[in-house]
Design a protein around this ligand. Structure first.
Ligand code: MCN
Length: 721
């Protein structure tokens, strides 16, 4: 292939974005728009009554259920009512003037205490705060722990995070009497369409179009369709005027789904050499507010985390009880990695704690416990890893580990507090059930690709252009790529779970091949020859021998005159998960005065099979690693004892800043391919999954103290010093 595998700038995405001409939701203002602002609960748990005035709607005032709270609020920031006004500022003033009677109830904040029978309940009609329980079991842990030379135990916290996309959530809805159009800052126009259609069909609307304009990041948190999107949709129909809403940062931090929040109480048995014999424990998943539809799907992340507890290691004995718990906090749903960072964090920390216990080097203990390779390998806990060459990957990374260890030792000899950390992250990615693509010729012989997925910053559009350019042997600039509009293609899915290039790209590839086959028939007919007599190169079919040819422009015209629209669609059905993996290494320095941790050197060795565009892939690694470092060192959603959210801005919630930038030296191993026609696996989350344990392991090595909590803020570090 000419383009796949070559570093290409984001020819499809960048110009509108970096010249400030891309259209985001907030840029969309239609004539006679009403502006919506939501009245949000000030209490984590309270019965309430809203005394609405003017264009103000509670759940009872609307003929359809959009997800506004009904009589009992269960987290701070929950939408209780929505107010409309001619402009946003008037709407905000009106919201602050609304009288709300609150009758506070006890808030449930601690997920472990919440499991006790005597605990107050997160909603007054709940019998228990534990909404779901599951046991992940393999082998016999009891025997394994009895046989162990040593048992490592502790309680590991994978704290609650706030997915802080640069652009807050917002939507605009407009109804013309026939169709409702919704523009939303989302990861999936099709998800929005399906949710909105289900709602407004009850109001007599027959047709819905959803559009995903430019989106300023999402990181998993814009996958759900939220009450606000449904409310503006319903109100556009009811008021017969366009309705627009856009969150403030504080609203967004309180009401957008948060991520992680799992606690693992564990015991792991290890033999004298460092072989991990078995792990048992209880995983508490604080799913936040009791909103059943969200909690049920979110529980899958906890279940995944527990199932991934064996990582890429040969650990046959597992017994983890998983408890999904409701509290009075914002709901938890997908955030970059969604269950896989938590699972990898737990095992990668347990491995290091075990190494400390038996006095084995952290790299060597990984080599000792690692599976050699995977080929449709089913772990004892029921995850399948499609392919992986783990021993080889570790061997490739080892010289870098030894180099960082030497650097660490030199620093130590100068009296500095330095440490090295290793992570060997496991992942499953590339979720289905399918992704669609439509590829067509347009006038002048250009190729147009429409994807059903919803990229929002990753650069998948450029990857799609490269894939189609390779099939048609044209320059990627000849390929137009469109997505994010439900009118463009029959159906589609989403961008998340590091799936877009693997599943969406495979759909583009297959649709392109099919279009090329169809064009071959058209060319043969037009040229009066057999298809077998034609050869294709550089955007042209040529008759073998005499060189008579037809280019894509002529083929476009010829197709239409023969009654054929030159386009093909394809739905690529995901057959199995792909398993990206890697070895990540961090060298850190700890300032003993201030407790500040600096990541001085970071090496990532990733295996995602074929890399379509090494430039955007490496970009993903840089961003993902920094996000993982954010969890290790800085970020935590803090709630008070009364359930109020204390992290409401970027002063109280520390996302990595430019000064925290970590330079990553990235190596693509390319050892194990996926089964899709490209051989590609996803990269979007791997760096985040890896960096958190790599950095915590490094700080632990620097301090030579067990570290069970996160983030390792200066305050925490100083306490451990
Ligand atoms: N890529 C490639 N070859 C591969 C794998 C990836 O060329 N074998 C390139 C792709 O071309 C694409 C990028 O890497 O440019 C990411 O592709 P992929 O791994 O398929 O991931 P997705 O496109 O599905 O993106 C989802 C992923 C996730 S799950 C989160 S969360 C996340 C992330 O992407 N959110 C992001 N990166 C983000 N980046 C931005 N700017 N904003 C977000 O919200």
């Amino acid at each position: 292939m000419r383009y796949v595998g070559k570093p290409l700038k984001r020819v499809v995405e960048d110009v509108p974005l970096i010249t400030g001409r891309a259209t985001f939701v907030y840029d969309i203002t239609l004539p006679s728009t009403l502006h919506a602002v939501f009245l949000r609960s000030q209490y984590a748990h309270a019965k309430f009554k809203v005394h609405c005035r003017g264009l103000c709607y509670t759940a009872e005032d609307l003929p359809v259920k959009v997800g506004l709270a009904e009589r009992e609020a269960v987290y701070v920031g929950q939408p209780l009512a929505v107010v409309l006004a001619e402009d946003e500022y008037t709407a905000r003033d009106l919201v602050s003037s609304i009288e709300v009677e609150y009758d506070p109830l006890p808030a449930v904040v601690d997920p472990i205490k919440a499991t006790e029978e005597s605990s107050p309940k997160a909603r007054s009609d709940l019998k228990s705060n534990v909404f779901r329980e599951e046991r992940v079991e393999a082998g016999d842990v009891g025997v394994a722990l009895r046989r162990a030379h040593a048992v490592v135990e502790g309680t590991l916290l994978n704290q609650r995070l706030i997915p802080s996309a640069m652009e807050m959530r917002g939507a605009v809805a407009s109804y013309d009497g026939n169709r409702l159009t919704v523009w939303s800052s989302t990861q999936s126009a099709f998800f929005v369409k399906k949710a909105v259609q289900g709602l407004v069909s009850k109001l007599g609307v027959r047709s819905v179009r959803a559009v995903q304009p430019a989106v300023g990041g999402a990181f998993g948190s814009k996958l759900m369709t939220y009450p606000e999107e449904l409310a503006v949709s319903a109100l556009a129909v009811l008021t017969k005027r366009p309705v627009k809403w856009f969150n403030t940062r504080a609203e967004d931090m309180a009401s957008t789904n948060q991520g992680r929040d799992m606690i693992l109480k564990f015991r792991a048995g290890v033999d004298r050499q460092g072989r991990i014999l078995g792990i048992e424990g209880t995983l508490y998943f604080d799913a936040g507010a009791p909103i059943a539809e969200v909690n049920e799907s979110a529980f899958g992340m906890a279940s995944t985390a527990a199932r991934m507890i064996t990582g890429h290691y040969d650990i046959g004995n597992v017994n983890v009880r998983v408890l999904g718990v409701n509290t009075n906090k914002t709901v938890i749903e997908a955030y970059r990695g969604a269950g896989r960072p938590e699972g990898s964090y737990f095992i990668e920390r347990i491995v290091n704690l075990a190494a400390r216990k038996v006095g084995v080097d952290q790299f060597e203990i990984r080599q000792l416990n690692s599976l050699k390779e995977a080929n449709q390998y089913r772990t004892p806990t029921g995850m399948t890893h499609d392919s992986g060459r783990y021993w080889e990957a570790l061997e490739r990374a080892k010289p870098a580990y030894l180099e960082l260890r030497r650097k660490r030792d030199e620093m130590r000899s100068r009296g500095e507090t330095a440490g090295v950390g290793v992570a060997f992250p496991a992942e499953i990615a590339s979720f289905g059930p399918y992704e669609t693509a439509k590829v067509k010729l347009t006038s002048g012989g250009k190729v147009q690709v429409v994807s059903g997925s919803g990229p929002h910053g990753q650069g998948d559009g450029t990857a799609f252009a490269m894939i189609a350019a390779d099939v048609f042997e044209v320059d990627p600039s000849q390929v137009e790529v469109l997505w994010g509009d439900t009118d463009l293609i029959a159906d589609g899915q989403y961008t998340a779970g590091s799936r877009t290039v693997a599943i969406g790209g495979a759909a583009v590839y297959e649709a392109s091949l099919r279009l090329k086959e169809r064009l071959a028939k058209t060319a043969a007919e037009a040229m009066g020859v057999d298809v077998a007599q034609l050869e294709y190169s550089e955007g042209k079919f040529r008759r073998k021998g005499d060189g008579d040819s037809m280019d894509l422009s002529r083929l476009f015209d010829a197709s239409l005159s023969m009654g054929v629209v030159p386009e093909e669609s394809y739905s690529y059905v995901q057959k199995l998960y792909y398993s990206p993996y890697g070895v990540h290494l961090a060298l850190v320095k700890v300032d003993r005065e201030t407790g500040e941790v600096r990541v001085l050197d970071y090496r990532a060795f990733d295996d995602v099979g074929t890399v379509v565009n090494p430039l955007t892939t490496e970009g993903q690694v840089h961003g993902a690693v920094l996000q993982g470092v954010g969890q290790a060192l800085y970020e935590a959603a803090i709630y008070g004892d009364d359930g109020s959210l204390l992290s409401t801005d970027f002063l109280s919630y520390h996302v990595p800043r430019p000064k925290d930038y970590v330079r990553v030296l990235w190596t693509s191993l390319g050892l194990a391919k996926s089964d899709n026609p490209l051989g590609a696996k996803g990269i979007g989350e791997l760096g985040t999954i890896a960096a958190t344990p790599a950095v915590v392991n490094a700080v632990e090595d620097a301090l030579n103290r067990e570290l069970l909590t996160m983030p390792l803020t200066p305050e925490v570090v100083v306490r451990h010093l």
